[in-house]
Design a protein around this ligand. Structure first.
Ligand SMILES: [Zn+2]
Length: 396
């Protein structure tokens, strides 16, 4: 296998208003604490090329992702077009790239100029990573380990996915080329009153891995929906650093003790998912042009899941924020089907909000006072959970 890697800074300029995404509307950025990134890892075998791209953003809708993917694929012939997955990491201290967090409930928070620049930069980053895919990586390491005490489930405390999945790709001499970390927790240590742009705990995690190993680190968010959140007492950068460093050190220690093995096979399988949108709040948001109306015929939204196998490490990609109950179930299914290490990459090629188990889904009578059922108010429908799980199951 050959490996390529590239990254670029995507921190928005504060010369124009930047509306921070993830909590209430009209939270304007006042400073840049640390930079946001787009990072692209390319894995290349004689049969196929896979791009795994991670963005420090709240989320991107499928039409925006598709535009980036088509622009990149336009550079290749029909025979050698790469498979591309673009996942948002969902930090709550970055710019609004969806529309919900603008100055008021009738004005989108998306800056079209920033979105256009972001697409250009992402295309350029992926193309650079593809051009750089000349380093041979005959072996890799993979680990899954529980890292307790850093994340909690605020909706269902008894259901906790505190498993870190981490990979490393090594060159012919056994030197590290790239690390990949995957963990399920909203990057929202700084919480709702912070006005500084930051990649939150993810930034500290990557920094610790890179300073320790001297090689780049790409991170993905696992099944962080409803509601995997940092287990912190205070919403400070010190706490974000504690979480990031603890995850980095736990992963690196486990990888240090793991044996490398040859990378034989890599595969990517895709399955479309079509679900009718039923959430009235989304319909209001479409009407007010806060969100782009992504519905097709019969009010159905088309999205996708993917099953990626990198040797014995398997990942399911999910087009939104999967609840940990479903994430744990998918990882168990992947292991039962032969995976040695299993992970979930959420907000991949889409962000359709929370994806709940159907049996737990209750749309609140008053969606503005949802109580224990907040996640349902940010979900396209009760049907998306079963549809996504069934699509991954069919690929397995
Ligand atoms: Zn979320």
């Amino acid at each position: 296998m050959f490996i390529g890697y590239a990254q670029n800074i995507i921190t928005p300029s504060l010369a124009r208003p930047v509306y921070l995404a993830g909590f209430a509307q009209n939270r304007r950025a006042t400073a840049i604490h640390d930079d946001l990134y787009v990072r692209a890892l390319v894995l290349c075998t004689p049969e196929r090329t896979l791009v795994l791209c991670a963005m420090d953003l709240i989320g991107l809708f499928r039409p925006d992702v598709q535009e980036i993917i088509q622009r990149v694929r336009g550079h290749f012939t029909a025979l050698n077009k790469p498979e591309i997955l673009i996942a948002s990491l969902h930090p709550h201290d970055g710019p609004d790239t969806m529309g919900l967090w603008g100055p008021n409930d009738r004005t989108s928070g998306v800056d079209p100029l920033y979105l256009a620049e972001l697409k250009d930069k992402t295309v350029a980053t992926i193309l650079t990573a593809l051009a750089a895919a000349i380093k041979e990586s005959p072996s890799m390491k993979s680990v899954c380990l529980r890292v307790p005490g850093l994340a909690k489930n605020a909706r269902n405390p008894e259901i906790l996915d505190d498993e870190l999945t981490a990979l490393q790709f090594l060159d012919i001499d056994g030197r590290l080329l790239v690390s990949l970390f995957d963990f399920a927790c909203h990057p929202e240590v700084m919480w709702e009153h912070n006005t500084q742009i930051s990649a939150d705990y993810v930034g500290y995690l990557r920094q610790e891995v890179e300073e320790t190993t001297g090689a780049p680190c790409i991170f993905f968010s696992g099944a962080l929906g409803g509601m995997m959140t940092p287990d912190v007492k205070q919403h400070t950068f010190v706490e974000a650093e504690v979480i990031g460093q603890a995850l980095a050190r736990a992963g690196l220690e486990a990888l240090g003790n793991a044996k490398g093995f040859p990378v034989a096979e890599m595969s990517v399988q895709k399955k479309e998912v079509k679900v009718k949108l039923t959430n009235i709040l989304y319909k209001f948001a479409f009407r007010r042009k806060l969100l782009p109306d992504v519905r097709g015929p019969q009010g159905k939204i088309t999205s996708e899941v993917n099953l990626i196998k990198i040797g014995p490490a398997w990942f399911a990609t999910i087009p939104g924020e999967l609840l940990p109950k479903l994430g744990l179930a998918l990882k168990a299914r992947m292991r039962a089907a032969g995976a040695q290490a299993a992970g979930v990459i959420c907000l991949a090629n889409d962000e359709l909000g929370y994806i709940l188990p159907a049996e737990d889904f209750r749309f609140p009578l008053n969606p503005f006072k949802p109580g224990k059922h907040y996640e349902e108010t940010n979900s396209i429908s009760k049907e998306i959970g079963p549809a996504v799980v069934e699509a991954v199951r069919s690929l397995l």
